[in-house]
Design a protein around this ligand. Structure first.
Ligand code: PLP
Length: 431
């Protein structure tokens, strides 16, 4: 399958000149490695090298690439039809996926809105919350409380509830709505719970609940905002405070859902049911973009009785049949796998194999939870150089800031995972 490097020179030039990459400059961009094949946990580059993917293409590819069952699900739907509008029409792929999601989410979360990406699911969740309070005759409740260190996406509403610093609020200061922020939870996962950790959240709610529609948080694991694992008791306390102060709770499980943290939902660590749950990323097994905002009868019912009488959102490609079909197959595959044991094995191996990085001078912290391993360095990582070294070692990782981290496909073997972790440790030793 590999393509001679020469064939790629023109392609790479075009890419560099014309194609924007995530969070990239078009002025002297870092090289993007051309991928010509992807199979299992391996990517084949145009020059013939293969790398083991420790990123699962940003949390998404949980079953590995080019999976025969997922391919078959997609092909089966394609044989019928690739897409129809969801306004006024429906189809078996959407119904099948909806049924599975209602069964898999905590009891009571059974009103499903399909969105085309995680960011859009967050926008929809925010709009649901605002419309809910309008319908309840409390139109002043239209602001949000979020956590410092959080990340909820790149659209304007999602950015407004993401960390003000890493979310670049100053760049778009006049465009994004101003929300309220509680400090990043300090008490780590696995430490003794310190109730004072939630005091700041309580003060915000006590003072401002009359204008707050919802608290938005990534339960237990903050992802792109800093790969931080915090105490489930914080989530439980947030739930109790939301109930006390009449505020909705939105859980962003776009990164954490579907087993990644060792429980099916990160909320399960806390035994908490949010009012709105957002999912995405791994939903289609990494095949294509699909997300959902799932809420309760109480929220959906109130919105239906409000002035607008309906939820005012409707993407063109809502509930795309191809995406729904592959997502249903991916959920079935996950259910049939022994995923809790798989994640536990990944966690154990990550703990053992990343531990040596702790004693490296350039390393500030090492942390592991479920299928997530993080090496936090003291200084920002030179992405271009470190990525190049890792590719040389046959490994694909994409660090950001002071974080070198991995969240492999669930199917990665112990040997492959060892190759990734030893490359990580070697790289930080050279910093
Ligand atoms: C990736 C992510 C999003 C945004 O999802 P997109 O599909 O990239 O729009 C939102 N929240 C969390 C926690 C994420 O990890």
């Amino acid at each position: 399958m590999s393509v001679a490097p020469d064939d790629w020179v023109a392609g790479a030039d075009f890419d560099r000149m014309h194609l924007w990459h995530p969070y990239a400059s078009m002025q002297d961009p870092a090289p993007a490695y051309p991928v010509v094949a992807a199979q299992g946990v391996r990517l084949t580059l145009a020059d013939g090298r293969t790398v083991i993917d420790g990123m699962a293409s940003w949390w998404a590819v949980i079953h590995g690439y080019n999976h025969p069952l997922l391919n078959a699900a997609l092909a089966g739907q394609l044989d019928q039809f690739a897409h129809v509008m969801f306004g006024g029409l429906t189809h078996a792929a959407a119904v099948g996926l909806g049924r599975r999601l209602v069964a898999l989410t905590p009891t009571g979360l059974d009103r499903v809105f399909f969105a085309d990406s995680g960011s859009v699911a967050i926008e929809v969740a925010l709009k649901m919350a605002v419309q809910y309070w309008q319908a309840r005759d409390r139109p002043c409740k239209h602001r949000f409380v979020a956590l410092a260190g959080g990340y909820h996406g790149d659209t304007l509403g999602a950015m407004s509830v993401s960390d003000p610093v890493t979310g670049m609020h100053q760049l778009y200061a006049d465009m994004i709505p101003r929300q309220m922020f509680a400090p990043r939870p300090a008490c780590r996962f696995g430490e003794t719970w310190q109730p004072a950790d939630a005091d700041a959240l309580e003060h915000l709610l006590a003072r401002h609940h009359g204008e707050i529609a919802a608290v938005v948080l990534e339960p237990v694991v903050q992802g792109a905002g800093g790969m931080w694992f915090y105490h489930p008791e914080y989530v439980r306390t947030a739930r109790a405070l939301c109930d006390r102060y009449d505020v909705l709770l939105i859980a962003d499980e776009i990164a954490t859902g579907l087993g990644r943290t060792g429980r099916f939902w990160a909320c399960d660590h806390a035994g908490v049911r949010p009012d709105i749950l957002c999912i995405g990323k791994a939903l289609t097994g990494g095949y294509m973009s699909l997300a959902a905002a799932i809420t309760t009868e109480a929220v959906a019912g109130a919105i239906g009785q409000g002035g607008a009488g309906r939820l005012m959102h409707g993407p063109t490609f809502m509930a795309n049949p191809l995406a729904c079909a592959v997502a249903a197959a991916s959920l079935d595959l996950l259910a049939a796998s022994a995923w809790p044991a798989r994640i536990a094995a990944l966690e154990e191996q990550l703990r053992v194999e990343l531990a040596p990085a702790r004693s490296v001078g350039a390393v500030a912290d090492v942390r592991v939870l479920g299928g997530i391993g993080v090496v936090e360095t003291r200084k920002p990582v030179d992405v271009r150089r470190v990525t190049g070294q890792l590719v040389e070692a046959g490994v694909w990782l994409r660090p950001f800031g002071r974080l070198l981290y991995l969240m492999p496909p669930y199917v990665m073997t112990a040997d492959d995972l060892s190759q990734v972790t030893s490359a990580m440790v070697e790289v930080v030793c050279g910093l």
